[in-house]
Design a protein around this ligand. Sequence first.
Ligand SMILES: [Zn+2]
Length: 143
Amino acid sequence: MLQAVEIDPRRFCKDAQSWETRSDVSEFPRLAQEFTQGALFCRVTGRADQLGGLSLKLTVSGQVEMTCQRCLGSMQHAVEIDRMVYLARTEVELERLDAMPDSDAILVGETLSLVDVVEDEVLLGLPLAAMHAEGECPVSGTQ
Ligand SMILES: [Zn+2]
């Protein structure tokens, strides 16, 4: 399992720190339940704007395999995430950030687990029911 990567979000962003890992999906506590195999490359970089707004630039990519919910066979899934996650320190700030177009905002406390953030983003990007495209299950049933 991956070590929990706990950061102080303010310091991480203000110092423009970054964290990266290339790990097998089995090493992520929650992703291990979604994906049967594969590896992900993750990079998280902190940013602070001139007004003190904090954000993380998140890059996650990799080819993973998951179970098709129709045929229970294995299917490939490409993870390709490249986005900004804004860090809100109050509910009001969270609402304001969330209202911005194409933005992701999360409420953070004194510490933040980067593995959690990466997992959240990957899980959000998954289809509700993972399935091969219609008619493309390798073991097809009756016509
Ligand atoms: Zn299938």
